[in-house]
Design a protein around this ligand. Structure first.
Ligand SMILES: Nc1ncnc2c1ncn2[C@@H]1O[C@H](COP(=O)(O)OP(=O)(O)OP(=O)(O)O)[C@@H](O)[C@H]1O
Ligand SMILES: [Mg+2]
Length: 210
């Protein structure tokens, strides 16, 4: 008797609904599922177009490349390479399915927020240890032989934010997710840590824990 895991069944469902999900996302009916977009594509949370109450696809996101985006194979290759290079300094959403005919791939959804939302929209602050953690995350990515090449605030995300104390707006820790390898290169040595301070007001950086 063959054993089929829940994940296998969900993957079958993803493959089955994906053509219609992509078609709907190209139309105007998917604002409810929108997660973000950028220079090279649009990202939506996965859903079942036949059953709005089906929650089994909630934990996945689909990135639909812009028609003009040429580096699809390289993006997948590097994203998979990073996902396979386990690091305790940062996380990467696993890729669960790629469909080059449809021009998209499905990955784990990050249930968090971009650094852009954290620091620019919400104007939260961070202390020096959080700043160091972001720098170390990208340094570790470089050690995997990957030059991210586009390390802006929309290309890393946070979950599990920890504040220095209850009620404080100063972040001291978070799980750091690096995303979007669409412009990345495999390079033996590189250093492309984000210039985080460039995006912050001076009072958003706290040199020591208050
Ligand atoms: N796995 C994910 N889970 C949740 N949201 C995501 C995920 N991947 C991407 N996003 C959201 O979608 C946005 C766009 O994704 P992505 O950065 O991959 O697109 P892009 O077009 O390549 O961007 P860029 O302008 O940086 O080239 C992200 O900034 C983020 O808000
Ligand atoms: Mg991006």
């Amino acid at each position: 008797m063959s054993v089929v895991s829940f994940r296998d069944l969900v993957l079958e469902k993803i493959k089955c609904v994906l053509p219609r999900v992509v078609e709907l996302c190209y139309g105007s009916g998917c604002t409810n599922y929108y997660l973000g977009n950028g220079k090279d594509g649009w990202v939506f949370r996965m859903f079942n177009p036949d059953d709005v109450f089906d929650r089994s696809l909630d934990r996945y996101a689909v990135k639909i490349w812009n028609k003009s985006f040429r580096y699809r194979v390289r993006e997948i290759e590097i994203h998979r390479h990073v996902a396979d290079s386990a690091s305790s300094r940062f996380s990467v959403p696993s890729i669960v399915h790629v469909d080059h005919d449809l021009g998209c791939f499905v990955m784990d959804r990050v249930f968090g927020e971009t650094a852009f939302r954290t620091f620019v929209r919400r104007k939260l602050r961070m202390n020096v240890s959080m700043h160091n953690d972001v720098m170390s995350a990208f340094a570790e990515l470089n050690k995997c032989g990957v030059h991210h090449n586009d390390p802006h605030l929309g290309n890393f995300m946070f979950t599990d934010l920890v504040f220095v104390s209850a009620g404080s707006d100063v972040i001291e820790d978070a799980v750091i997710w690096i995303i979007d390898f669409g412009r990345s290169n495999l390079i033996a040595f590189s250093d492309d840590r984000p210039d985080l301070l460039r995006y912050l007001r001076e009072d958003q950086y706290v040199a020591t824990a208050p």
